[in-house]
Design a protein around this ligand. Structure first.
Ligand code: CP
Ligand code: NVA
Length: 322
């Protein structure tokens, strides 16, 4: 009842029920703000020891074609806390891993489940699954995007900085799924972002163009440079991610050489604002993209980010599957 009252106004305005969550630019600022508000409510309720279980009897299928600690555990625990059940579906254990068509898988699972979370390689697979499923599909990371992580990151920034407008994020390193989703999420929420990545490893130009166009409508700025010093200038948030993502393990050595001047270290951090925070989606490689002193230091909020995965995704499941 209390949940209903607290979010009644927002619920009336926002009908997210049944929607997919494939990329952040599918959602507008109002809808993301609503999800963040719900995430905060659920986080506070949890901290106060209150059980909020509006998804009783609902089941989330979780398809994993790549490894995971945070995504798997936070979704499974999240659906459980909301009163439902999570079903872990490893690619090795389901017929999709042996070539059963994605469309058939989507139609079959729609008859059993109330939502699907999928972590896979190609964004096209997630899109095909969503097109053929009659239940919400949530993108739990592809080679192109990681929207659930960025939703939790935005929640974290809001908690620490007290707001989002005017906040500048500096993303340093590989122009990967994290960079893409951070650009889109920042643009939608009116934050500035400067991505510093070496030539050849910068974000997909079509995604950058999309983020710039969204940012233009929100009075914010999206910039891509090869110079990390330029990116961190006046930054409120310094963000990095691994240099070799899942599926790029064979490029690890080459990438270590290529990205060596993109390490987040004391010198680089000293060029940002004095109260700048350090963020990383984890898992991290200390001594590569970030030195231990920074990720384990007082500017680091990486474990707050990780915890917020639980709260932000509970909000997402509630809004989409409720
Ligand atoms: N950040 C993140 O998605 O972590 P996992 O790969 O452990 O899920
Ligand atoms: N870019 C990383 C993020 C992991 C959460 C990867 O795709 O492996």
């Amino acid at each position: 009842m209390e949940l209903k009252t607290k979010t009644k106004e927002a619920s009336l305005e926002h009908s997210l029920t049944g929607r997919d969550f494939l990329t952040l630019d599918d959602y507008n600022e109002e809808e993301l703000s609503y999800l963040l508000q719900l995430a905060t409510y659920l986080k506070n309720a949890r901290k106060a020891g209150k059980n909020v279980q509006p998804l009783k009897g609902k089941t989330l299928g979780m398809i994993f074609e790549k490894s995971s600690t945070r995504t798997r555990v936070s979704f499974e625990v999240g659906i459980f806390q909301l009163g439902g059940t999570g079903l872990f579906l490893s690619k090795n254990d389901i017929q999709m891993g042996r070539g059963e068509p994605i469309a058939d898988t989507a139609k079959v699972l729609s008859g059993y489940l109330d939502g699907i979370m999928i972590r896979t390689f190609s964004q096209a697979v997630v899109e095909e699954l969503a097109e053929n499923a009659s239940i919400p599909v949530i993108n739990g990371l592809t080679d192109t995007y990681h929207p659930c992580q960025v939703l939790a990151d935005i929640q974290t920034i809001q908690e620490i900085k007290g707001g989002l407008k005017g906040v500048k994020i500096a993303y340093i390193g590989d122009g990967n799924n994290m960079a893409n989703s951070l650009m889109l999420g920042s643009a939608v929420m009116g934050m500035d972002i400067s991505v510093a990545a070496p030539t050849g490893y910068q974000p997909d130009p079509s995604i950058t163009r999309k983020a710039i166009s969204i940012a233009n409508d929100h009075g914010s700025k999206v910039e891509v440079t090869s110079n990390p010093q330029i990116a961190v200038d006046q930054a409120d948030v310094i963000y990095t991610d691994v240099w070799a993502s899942m599926g790029q393990e064979s490029e690890q050595m080459v990438r270590e050489q290529l990205f060596s001047t993109y390490q987040v270290n004391r010198d680089l951090c000293s060029l940002a604002k004095k109260d700048a925070i350090f963020m990383h989606c984890l898992p991290a490689h200390r001594g590569e993209e970030v030195i231990a002193e920074i990720i384990d230091g007082k500017r680091s909020v990486v474990f707050q980010q990780a915890e917020n995965r639980l709260h932000a995704q509970k909000a997402l499941m509630l809004a989409l599957m409720g």
